[in-house]
Design a protein around this ligand. Structure first.
Ligand code: PAF
Length: 311
């Protein structure tokens, strides 16, 4: 696909699997710069992207977040949720005050923190079913071509979905992105902690009676909490999460991958966020509390932010 002059230069912050995949794909439509954790990085990264069995090579311009030339006007944040705010702060004054930001984090909570800390930025968030994993620092597998839904959180008015579509990705603009984030949250609060605790693939949750019973208990509590918080869905959390577990049966969830690699997980923006809603609305969620404590015991304490550790 030919690059047009329609789109401004795009910066992608975070060189994890999602950041690399998105940076590589968007190059089909716009000039893209990859921003990594602070430091002196080689001026370009030779990246291999594997998709549908074919490997393509592309060259990405890259900078450390502390050396990137200013101003940055259009930025896609692809770090893990737990690193989002600190990673943005590491860009310091390089981000234009009224920049257009697109937040691609899992879970909920980190998005509102960014909105509060950058009140003049025009901010949108995305909920995506795209799947990618990194097999080496310069190799990414685009495992699942999904749909990316994008909506404004404050005054974000850039046509991010149009840019994604122009680059050949499936994307659409939605009115209420918070509802879509909550819809994905109710899947993540069922699948992620259980797969991480039991070291199993997503699909195994449906095959093992004791895990299905845990999913049921977590689902009932999640339904009650999200209803109390004002979210309405056409099916239960258990039905939604079961459908996703079936369609991603051979996936190792992101939380299982983090726990296995000894990395911090996004627990606080997934189960932690649900527990905060439960507390705020006075709804009991003892099963979520129990899995929260068990995962917390498995994972390392907070460290410095890492823009390379994206979802
Ligand atoms: O976090 C993940 O791994 C994914 O959101 C999902 C949907 C659970 C599939 O693995």
């Amino acid at each position: 696909m030919a690059k047009t002059n329609q789109w401004p230069g795009i910066h992608v912050l975070g060189a994890g699997s999602m950041g690399l995949m998105i940076a590589a794909r968007l190059q089909a439509a716009a000039s893209v710069v990859l921003l990594r954790r602070p430091g002196n990085w080689p001026a370009s990264l030779q990246l291999q992207v594997q998709r549908n069995g074919a490997t393509t090579r592309c060259r990405l311009t890259q900078y450390g977040s502390d050396t990137a030339p200013a101003p940055i006007s259009h930025l896609i944040l692809c770090t893990k949720s737990i690193d989002a705010l600190a990673a943005l702060e590491s860009l310091d004054s390089r981000v234009a005050d009224d920049a257009q930001l697109l937040l691609m984090q899992n879970g909920m909570g980190s998005q509102e923190a960014v909105v509060q800390h950058f009140p003049r930025a025009r901010i949108a968030a995305a909920s995506t079913t795209e799947g990618a994993y990194r097999t080496a620092p310069d190799r990414v597998v685009h495992a699942a071509c999904g749909l990316t839904r994008i909506g404004s959180l404050n005054r974000g008015d850039f046509d991010w979905a149009g840019l994604f579509r122009d680059a050949g990705m499936e994307a659409g603009t939605v009115e209420d992105i918070r509802w879509h984030l909550a819809d994905k949250l109710r899947v993540n609060v069922l699948i992620n902690p259980l797969t991480a605790l039991h070291g199993c693939l997503n699909g195994e949750l449906l095959d093992r009676a004791e895990l299905l019973a845990d999913m049921q208990a977590l689902g009932q509590e999640a339904d009650a909490v999200l209803a109390a918080a004002g979210f309405r869905f056409g099916n239960t959390a258990l039905e939604q999460a079961s459908a996703v577990a079936r369609s991603t049966a051979n996936n190792r969830s992101s939380m299982l991958q983090d726990v296995t690699a000894g990395r911090r997980t996004e627990l606080d923006d997934i189960t932690g966020f649900l527990l905060e809603l439960a507390r705020r609305h006075g709804v009991p969620a003892p099963t979520h509390q129990a899995v929260y404590s068990r995962i917390q015991a498995l994972t390392p304490a907070p460290a410095h932010h890492r823009t390379d550790a994206a979802p």
